[in-house]
Design a binder for this molecule. Structure first.
Ligand code: IPM
Ligand code: MG
Length: 355
Protein backbone atom coordinates (compact mmCIF):
# COMPACT_ATOMS: atom_id res chain seq x y z
CA UNK A 1 0.00 0.00 0.00
CA UNK A 2 1.50 3.34 -1.04
CA UNK A 3 0.27 6.67 0.26
CA UNK A 4 0.78 10.03 -1.40
CA UNK A 5 0.28 13.30 0.45
CA UNK A 6 -1.52 15.87 -1.64
CA UNK A 7 -1.67 19.57 -0.77
CA UNK A 8 -5.09 20.84 -1.83
CA UNK A 9 -5.53 24.54 -2.56
CA UNK A 10 -9.12 24.90 -3.72
CA UNK A 11 -8.57 28.67 -3.81
CA UNK A 12 -11.31 30.98 -4.98
CA UNK A 13 -14.63 31.05 -6.79
CA UNK A 14 -15.57 27.85 -8.54
CA UNK A 15 -12.24 26.34 -7.50
CA UNK A 16 -13.97 25.55 -4.21
CA UNK A 17 -16.80 23.83 -6.03
CA UNK A 18 -14.86 21.73 -8.52
CA UNK A 19 -12.01 20.57 -6.26
CA UNK A 20 -14.32 18.64 -3.88
CA UNK A 21 -15.70 16.92 -7.00
CA UNK A 22 -12.16 16.05 -8.05
CA UNK A 23 -11.28 14.71 -4.61
CA UNK A 24 -14.43 12.55 -4.61
CA UNK A 25 -13.52 11.12 -8.02
CA UNK A 26 -9.95 10.44 -6.91
CA UNK A 27 -11.21 8.76 -3.76
CA UNK A 28 -13.54 6.57 -5.80
CA UNK A 29 -10.83 5.55 -8.25
CA UNK A 30 -8.20 4.80 -5.61
CA UNK A 31 -10.54 2.71 -3.45
CA UNK A 32 -9.05 -0.77 -3.21
CA UNK A 33 -6.33 0.10 -5.75
CA UNK A 34 -3.33 -0.19 -3.46
CA UNK A 35 -2.75 3.56 -3.67
CA UNK A 36 -4.08 6.02 -1.10
CA UNK A 37 -4.19 9.78 -1.42
CA UNK A 38 -4.08 11.77 1.78
CA UNK A 39 -5.53 15.22 1.11
CA UNK A 40 -4.42 18.15 3.26
CA UNK A 41 -6.50 21.24 2.54
CA UNK A 42 -4.83 24.63 2.75
CA UNK A 43 -7.21 27.59 3.09
CA UNK A 44 -5.15 29.90 0.89
CA UNK A 45 -6.45 32.36 -1.67
CA UNK A 46 -8.21 35.71 -1.82
CA UNK A 47 -10.24 35.24 1.40
CA UNK A 48 -7.06 34.38 3.22
CA UNK A 49 -5.56 37.56 1.74
CA UNK A 50 -8.35 39.67 3.24
CA UNK A 51 -7.48 38.62 6.78
CA UNK A 52 -3.74 38.05 6.46
CA UNK A 53 -2.64 40.43 3.71
CA UNK A 54 -1.08 37.57 1.77
CA UNK A 55 -2.34 34.77 -0.44
CA UNK A 56 -0.57 31.96 1.38
CA UNK A 57 0.93 31.73 4.81
CA UNK A 58 4.50 32.71 5.47
CA UNK A 59 6.77 29.85 4.53
CA UNK A 60 4.00 28.48 2.31
CA UNK A 61 6.43 27.27 -0.34
CA UNK A 62 8.43 25.35 2.27
CA UNK A 63 5.20 23.72 3.44
CA UNK A 64 4.26 22.74 -0.11
CA UNK A 65 7.73 21.40 -0.84
CA UNK A 66 7.09 18.46 1.50
CA UNK A 67 4.08 17.17 -0.44
CA UNK A 68 4.04 14.60 -3.23
CA UNK A 69 1.82 16.82 -5.41
CA UNK A 70 -0.33 19.92 -5.29
CA UNK A 71 -3.96 19.98 -6.41
CA UNK A 72 -5.10 23.51 -7.23
CA UNK A 73 -8.56 24.88 -8.04
CA UNK A 74 -8.47 28.48 -9.19
CA UNK A 75 -7.13 31.75 -7.93
CA UNK A 76 -8.71 35.18 -8.27
CA UNK A 77 -11.56 37.21 -6.83
CA UNK A 78 -12.78 40.75 -7.41
CA UNK A 79 -11.41 41.74 -3.98
CA UNK A 80 -7.72 41.32 -4.87
CA UNK A 81 -5.99 42.73 -7.97
CA UNK A 82 -5.34 39.79 -10.30
CA UNK A 83 -1.62 40.41 -10.64
CA UNK A 84 -1.23 40.49 -6.85
CA UNK A 85 -3.15 37.23 -6.40
CA UNK A 86 -1.27 35.47 -9.15
CA UNK A 87 2.23 36.69 -8.22
CA UNK A 88 1.66 35.75 -4.58
CA UNK A 89 0.54 32.19 -5.24
CA UNK A 90 0.42 30.43 -8.62
CA UNK A 91 3.48 31.90 -10.30
CA UNK A 92 5.83 31.50 -7.30
CA UNK A 93 4.76 27.84 -7.01
CA UNK A 94 5.36 27.20 -10.71
CA UNK A 95 8.73 28.92 -10.61
CA UNK A 96 10.12 27.79 -7.25
CA UNK A 97 9.31 24.14 -7.89
CA UNK A 98 10.67 24.37 -11.41
CA UNK A 99 7.41 23.08 -12.87
CA UNK A 100 8.76 24.06 -16.24
CA UNK A 101 6.30 21.98 -18.23
CA UNK A 102 2.68 23.03 -18.43
CA UNK A 103 1.00 20.07 -20.08
CA UNK A 104 -2.51 20.67 -21.40
CA UNK A 105 -4.52 18.07 -23.31
CA UNK A 106 -7.34 19.49 -25.44
CA UNK A 107 -9.72 16.89 -26.85
CA UNK A 108 -13.25 16.92 -28.12
CA UNK A 109 -14.85 14.16 -26.03
CA UNK A 110 -17.33 11.85 -27.81
CA UNK A 111 -20.83 13.25 -27.38
CA UNK A 112 -19.79 16.90 -27.09
CA UNK A 113 -20.42 19.47 -29.79
CA UNK A 114 -17.59 21.76 -30.80
CA UNK A 115 -18.48 25.34 -31.67
CA UNK A 116 -16.60 24.55 -34.90
CA UNK A 117 -19.40 23.09 -36.99
CA UNK A 118 -19.36 19.35 -37.67
CA UNK A 119 -16.06 18.53 -36.02
CA UNK A 120 -15.74 15.04 -34.55
CA UNK A 121 -13.47 13.77 -31.75
CA UNK A 122 -10.84 12.63 -34.26
CA UNK A 123 -10.53 16.21 -35.50
CA UNK A 124 -9.77 17.78 -32.13
CA UNK A 125 -7.15 15.92 -30.11
CA UNK A 126 -4.24 18.17 -29.21
CA UNK A 127 -1.76 18.52 -26.36
CA UNK A 128 -0.01 21.76 -25.65
CA UNK A 129 3.40 21.65 -23.96
CA UNK A 130 3.64 25.15 -22.58
CA UNK A 131 6.91 26.54 -21.23
CA UNK A 132 6.09 27.41 -17.63
CA UNK A 133 9.15 28.93 -16.01
CA UNK A 134 10.36 31.89 -18.06
CA UNK A 135 9.50 33.68 -21.30
CA UNK A 136 7.02 36.49 -21.00
CA UNK A 137 6.21 35.44 -17.40
CA UNK A 138 9.73 35.95 -16.09
CA UNK A 139 8.52 38.92 -14.07
CA UNK A 140 11.32 41.15 -15.25
CA UNK A 141 10.75 44.84 -15.72
CA UNK A 142 9.44 47.80 -13.87
CA UNK A 143 7.61 51.09 -13.91
CA UNK A 144 9.12 54.54 -13.79
CA UNK A 145 7.70 58.05 -13.38
CA UNK A 146 4.69 56.48 -11.71
CA UNK A 147 1.59 58.63 -11.81
CA UNK A 148 3.12 61.26 -14.08
CA UNK A 149 2.31 61.86 -17.74
CA UNK A 150 5.71 60.31 -18.51
CA UNK A 151 4.93 57.06 -16.77
CA UNK A 152 6.43 54.06 -18.55
CA UNK A 153 6.43 50.31 -18.03
CA UNK A 154 8.82 47.67 -19.33
CA UNK A 155 8.03 43.94 -19.21
CA UNK A 156 10.87 41.86 -20.55
CA UNK A 157 10.65 38.32 -21.84
CA UNK A 158 13.46 36.03 -20.72
CA UNK A 159 14.41 33.19 -23.04
CA UNK A 160 17.34 30.95 -22.22
CA UNK A 161 18.91 28.21 -24.29
CA UNK A 162 18.54 25.87 -21.31
CA UNK A 163 14.86 26.75 -20.83
CA UNK A 164 13.95 26.39 -24.49
CA UNK A 165 15.91 23.20 -24.95
CA UNK A 166 14.30 21.35 -22.06
CA UNK A 167 10.74 22.27 -23.02
CA UNK A 168 11.25 21.46 -26.69
CA UNK A 169 12.81 18.11 -25.82
CA UNK A 170 9.91 17.28 -23.51
CA UNK A 171 7.47 18.13 -26.32
CA UNK A 172 9.35 15.93 -28.81
CA UNK A 173 9.11 13.06 -26.31
CA UNK A 174 5.37 13.56 -25.93
CA UNK A 175 4.98 13.71 -29.71
CA UNK A 176 7.05 10.51 -30.19
CA UNK A 177 4.64 8.63 -27.96
CA UNK A 178 1.49 9.67 -29.84
CA UNK A 179 0.26 7.93 -32.98
CA UNK A 180 0.56 10.92 -35.30
CA UNK A 181 3.98 12.08 -34.11
CA UNK A 182 3.48 15.69 -35.15
CA UNK A 183 5.01 18.61 -33.35
CA UNK A 184 4.04 22.21 -34.05
CA UNK A 185 6.26 24.88 -32.57
CA UNK A 186 4.58 28.22 -31.92
CA UNK A 187 7.02 30.93 -32.87
CA UNK A 188 6.92 34.56 -33.92
CA UNK A 189 10.42 34.90 -35.20
CA UNK A 190 9.35 37.33 -37.90
CA UNK A 191 8.60 40.10 -35.41
CA UNK A 192 10.44 38.94 -32.26
CA UNK A 193 13.85 38.81 -33.84
CA UNK A 194 15.82 38.00 -30.69
CA UNK A 195 13.84 35.68 -28.45
CA UNK A 196 11.93 33.72 -31.05
CA UNK A 197 14.89 33.37 -33.39
CA UNK A 198 16.75 31.71 -30.50
CA UNK A 199 13.63 29.56 -29.87
CA UNK A 200 13.66 28.37 -33.50
CA UNK A 201 17.39 27.68 -33.53
CA UNK A 202 17.25 25.59 -30.37
CA UNK A 203 14.19 23.69 -31.64
CA UNK A 204 15.99 22.88 -34.89
CA UNK A 205 18.90 21.38 -32.96
CA UNK A 206 16.71 19.27 -30.67
CA UNK A 207 14.79 18.05 -33.71
CA UNK A 208 17.82 16.05 -34.83
CA UNK A 209 17.38 13.77 -31.79
CA UNK A 210 13.86 12.80 -32.90
CA UNK A 211 13.89 11.82 -36.56
CA UNK A 212 10.55 9.97 -36.22
CA UNK A 213 8.67 13.16 -35.31
CA UNK A 214 7.46 15.52 -37.99
CA UNK A 215 8.33 19.00 -36.81
CA UNK A 216 6.84 22.20 -38.19
CA UNK A 217 7.06 25.75 -36.99
CA UNK A 218 4.20 28.19 -37.31
CA UNK A 219 3.94 31.80 -36.34
CA UNK A 220 1.64 31.81 -33.37
CA UNK A 221 -1.04 33.87 -35.10
CA UNK A 222 -1.16 31.44 -38.01
CA UNK A 223 -1.23 28.49 -35.62
CA UNK A 224 -4.20 30.02 -33.79
CA UNK A 225 -6.02 30.29 -37.11
CA UNK A 226 -5.05 26.73 -38.07
CA UNK A 227 -6.44 25.36 -34.78
CA UNK A 228 -9.80 26.73 -35.88
CA UNK A 229 -9.69 26.05 -39.61
CA UNK A 230 -7.77 22.73 -39.70
CA UNK A 231 -7.78 21.37 -36.14
CA UNK A 232 -7.16 17.81 -37.30
CA UNK A 233 -3.70 18.82 -38.54
CA UNK A 234 -2.60 19.83 -35.04
CA UNK A 235 -1.30 17.17 -32.63
CA UNK A 236 1.34 18.34 -30.11
CA UNK A 237 2.12 22.04 -29.73
CA UNK A 238 5.18 23.47 -28.00
CA UNK A 239 4.87 27.11 -27.04
CA UNK A 240 6.38 29.78 -24.86
CA UNK A 241 4.62 30.73 -21.64
CA UNK A 242 2.32 33.48 -22.95
CA UNK A 243 1.71 31.93 -26.35
CA UNK A 244 0.82 28.65 -24.63
CA UNK A 245 -1.54 30.43 -22.25
CA UNK A 246 -3.49 31.90 -25.15
CA UNK A 247 -3.46 28.81 -27.37
CA UNK A 248 -4.74 26.57 -24.56
CA UNK A 249 -7.79 28.73 -23.88
CA UNK A 250 -8.45 28.57 -27.61
CA UNK A 251 -7.90 24.81 -27.73
CA UNK A 252 -10.19 24.13 -24.80
CA UNK A 253 -12.88 26.42 -26.19
CA UNK A 254 -12.97 24.50 -29.47
CA UNK A 255 -13.09 21.27 -27.46
CA UNK A 256 -16.57 22.25 -26.32
CA UNK A 257 -15.95 24.14 -23.10
CA UNK A 258 -13.26 25.74 -20.99
CA UNK A 259 -14.75 23.74 -18.14
CA UNK A 260 -13.41 20.46 -19.48
CA UNK A 261 -9.69 21.04 -19.98
CA UNK A 262 -7.08 20.04 -17.39
CA UNK A 263 -3.47 21.08 -16.89
CA UNK A 264 -0.38 19.74 -15.19
CA UNK A 265 2.47 21.97 -13.99
CA UNK A 266 5.15 19.37 -14.09
CA UNK A 267 8.65 19.12 -12.70
CA UNK A 268 9.82 16.17 -14.81
CA UNK A 269 12.94 15.55 -12.72
CA UNK A 270 10.72 15.29 -9.62
CA UNK A 271 13.02 17.44 -7.53
CA UNK A 272 9.90 19.26 -6.23
CA UNK A 273 6.17 18.54 -6.24
CA UNK A 274 4.20 19.08 -9.43
CA UNK A 275 0.85 20.89 -9.42
CA UNK A 276 -2.38 19.96 -11.21
CA UNK A 277 -5.27 22.30 -11.94
CA UNK A 278 -8.16 22.79 -14.32
CA UNK A 279 -7.22 25.43 -16.86
CA UNK A 280 -10.32 27.52 -16.18
CA UNK A 281 -10.22 30.33 -13.66
CA UNK A 282 -12.32 31.17 -10.59
CA UNK A 283 -15.29 32.35 -12.74
CA UNK A 284 -16.75 34.94 -10.34
CA UNK A 285 -19.82 35.21 -12.58
CA UNK A 286 -21.02 31.70 -11.75
CA UNK A 287 -19.22 31.15 -8.42
CA UNK A 288 -21.53 30.05 -5.61
CA UNK A 289 -24.24 28.77 -7.94
CA UNK A 290 -23.07 25.16 -7.83
CA UNK A 291 -23.14 24.80 -11.61
CA UNK A 292 -19.44 24.79 -12.51
CA UNK A 293 -18.29 21.90 -14.66
CA UNK A 294 -16.13 19.58 -12.51
CA UNK A 295 -14.59 17.73 -15.47
CA UNK A 296 -11.51 19.98 -15.79
CA UNK A 297 -10.73 19.41 -12.10
CA UNK A 298 -11.39 15.66 -12.26
CA UNK A 299 -9.28 15.29 -15.38
CA UNK A 300 -6.51 17.31 -13.68
CA UNK A 301 -6.78 14.79 -10.83
CA UNK A 302 -6.33 12.04 -13.43
CA UNK A 303 -3.13 13.72 -14.67
CA UNK A 304 -1.95 13.87 -11.06
CA UNK A 305 -2.51 10.18 -10.38
CA UNK A 306 -0.76 9.38 -13.67
CA UNK A 307 2.22 11.48 -12.57
CA UNK A 308 2.24 9.55 -9.27
CA UNK A 309 2.71 6.35 -11.24
CA UNK A 310 -0.80 5.01 -11.71
CA UNK A 311 -1.53 5.30 -15.44
CA UNK A 312 -4.21 2.63 -14.96
CA UNK A 313 -6.17 4.85 -12.54
CA UNK A 314 -5.80 7.80 -14.92
CA UNK A 315 -7.35 5.69 -17.67
CA UNK A 316 -10.22 4.61 -15.43
CA UNK A 317 -11.01 8.21 -14.51
CA UNK A 318 -10.88 9.30 -18.14
CA UNK A 319 -13.14 6.52 -19.30
CA UNK A 320 -15.64 7.36 -16.54
CA UNK A 321 -15.63 10.99 -17.72
CA UNK A 322 -16.04 9.85 -21.32
CA UNK A 323 -18.94 7.55 -20.54
CA UNK A 324 -20.85 10.25 -18.65
CA UNK A 325 -20.26 12.82 -21.38
CA UNK A 326 -21.15 10.40 -24.19
CA UNK A 327 -24.37 9.28 -22.47
CA UNK A 328 -25.37 12.95 -22.41
CA UNK A 329 -27.90 12.65 -19.58
CA UNK A 330 -25.96 14.63 -16.99
CA UNK A 331 -24.41 17.84 -18.23
CA UNK A 332 -23.61 21.17 -16.64
CA UNK A 333 -24.89 24.37 -18.29
CA UNK A 334 -21.60 25.11 -20.09
CA UNK A 335 -22.25 21.88 -22.03
CA UNK A 336 -25.86 22.78 -22.72
CA UNK A 337 -27.43 20.85 -19.81
CA UNK A 338 -28.97 21.68 -16.45
CA UNK A 339 -26.98 19.48 -14.08
CA UNK A 340 -25.23 20.86 -11.03
CA UNK A 341 -21.57 20.33 -10.17
CA UNK A 342 -22.65 17.73 -7.62
CA UNK A 343 -24.86 15.81 -10.01
CA UNK A 344 -22.14 15.65 -12.62
CA UNK A 345 -19.53 14.67 -10.06
CA UNK A 346 -21.84 11.96 -8.64
CA UNK A 347 -22.46 10.60 -12.15
CA UNK A 348 -18.73 10.34 -12.79
CA UNK A 349 -18.01 8.81 -9.39
CA UNK A 350 -20.82 6.32 -10.09
CA UNK A 351 -19.23 5.31 -13.40
CA UNK A 352 -15.88 4.76 -11.69
CA UNK A 353 -17.55 2.35 -9.31
CA UNK A 354 -19.36 0.67 -12.18
CA UNK A 355 -16.27 -0.02 -14.27
C1 IPM B 1 -3.48 29.73 -16.68
C2 IPM B 1 -3.91 31.05 -16.13
C3 IPM B 1 -2.70 31.71 -15.46
C4 IPM B 1 -1.63 31.91 -16.52
C5 IPM B 1 -3.00 33.02 -14.74
C6 IPM B 1 -3.99 32.85 -13.63
C7 IPM B 1 -1.74 33.68 -14.26
O1 IPM B 1 -4.45 31.84 -17.14
O2 IPM B 1 -3.08 28.86 -15.89
O3 IPM B 1 -3.57 29.54 -17.90
O4 IPM B 1 -1.67 32.87 -17.28
O5 IPM B 1 -0.73 31.08 -16.57
MG1 MG C 1 -4.67 30.80 -18.99
Amino acid sequence: METFRIAVIAGDGIGREVIPAGMAALEAVTQGSGTTLEFIELPWGCDYYRTHGRMMEEGGLEILAKFDAIYLGAIGAPTVPDHVAVWDLILPIRQRFDQYVNLRPMRLLPGLASPLASRAPADIDMVCVRENSEGEYAGLGGRVHVGTPHEAAVQTGLFTRHGIERIVRYAFRIASARPRRLLASATKSNALQHSMVLWDEVAERVKAEFPAVEYRKYHVDALAARMVTHPATVDVIVASNLFGDILTDLGSAISGSLGVAPGGNINPERTSPSMFEPIHGSAPDIAGKGIANPIGAIWAGALMIDHLGRRDLHDRLLSAIERVVAAGRVRTPDLGGRATTREMSAAIAGEIGAA
